[in-house]
Write a protein that binds this ligand. Structure first.
Ligand code: C5P
Length: 227
């Protein structure tokens, strides 16, 4: 069997990472969560005062980009790679609602996208990779052998996200999350650089009602046709 590239795109909280992790485990592939990279840059921008709820010094952040080093380190116990920002594990900090509220603004900036896309392409140059995000099938790996596009209703997605955050012990409000999911989708699909769009060669999965097992089996059939 040959190694392929699997690109998974879609709206926020459609279960992309759950399916991507499972696929990577089954195939012995590397899984890369590109959203974590945009979140880590956002966390850096928050920590250094480049962005807050009512101000964004995008120019300053762009100048600071060479000082931002992102890396993934595989955590054996968890079974997936965790995000490190300048050598510090930020896996928990990047998932907060505060970061979620600002990340799409940071992700609009072309200079930032260029840096992250370059790093993502480097990670996938030997194939055998499952990558999820918003522009993987369109920009990062336009030649990926398998492109999936995940969708689900906004309320299903907000409920999923809400449960995730509650499970982690965060104090969150459902309405806040629903609003954030919808707002991010709006910004992500309408931005100038690399908007979230479904390409003709992508296969759409609406998992509003589909169980994870059924979904995984269907996707594995698509994979097996290609390896
Ligand atoms: O996947 P996740 O929801 O963690 O992504 C957070 C945000 O990062 C998205 O809402 C989007 O603004 C940005 N993003 C992006 N391109 C990617 C991955 C994420 O613009 N490939």
């Amino acid at each position: 069997t040959k190694k392929i590239t699997i690109a998974i795109d879609g709206f926020s909280s459609t279960g992309k990472s759950t399916i991507a992790k499972q696929l990577a485990k089954e195939l012995g592939y590397v899984y890369v969560d590109t959203g974590a990279m945009y979140r880590a840059v956002t966390l850096y921008a928050m920590q250094h005062g480049y962005i807050s709820e009512n101000h964004f010094d995008s120019k300053g952040l762009i100048e600071e980009l060479p000082a931002i080093s992102l890396s993934f380190t595989f955590n054996k116990k968890l079974g997936f790679a965790e995000m490190y920002l300048n050598g510090v594990n930020v896996e928990k900090e990047i998932r907060t609602i505060e970061v979620s509220k600002l990340v799409s603004k940071v992700a609009e900036i072309s200079e930032i996208r260029k840096k992250l896309v370059r790093e993502q392409q480097e990670m996938g140059k030997n194939k055998g990779i499952v990558m999820d995000g918003r522009d993987i099938g369109t920009v990062v790996f336009p030649d990926a052998e398998l492109k999936l596009f995940m969708t689900a209703s906004a309320s299903k997605r907000a409920t999923r996200r809400y449960k995730e955050l509650l499970d982690r012990g965060d104090k969150v409000n459902y309405e806040d999350i629903l609003q954030n999911v919808q707002e991010r989708d709006r910004i992500d699909s309408t931005r100038k650089d690399s908007p979230l769009v479904m390409t003709d060669d992508a296969i759409e999965f609406d998992n509003s009602d589909m169980g994870l097992k059924e979904q995984f089996e269907r996707i594995m059939r698509l994979v097996n046709d290609r390896i």
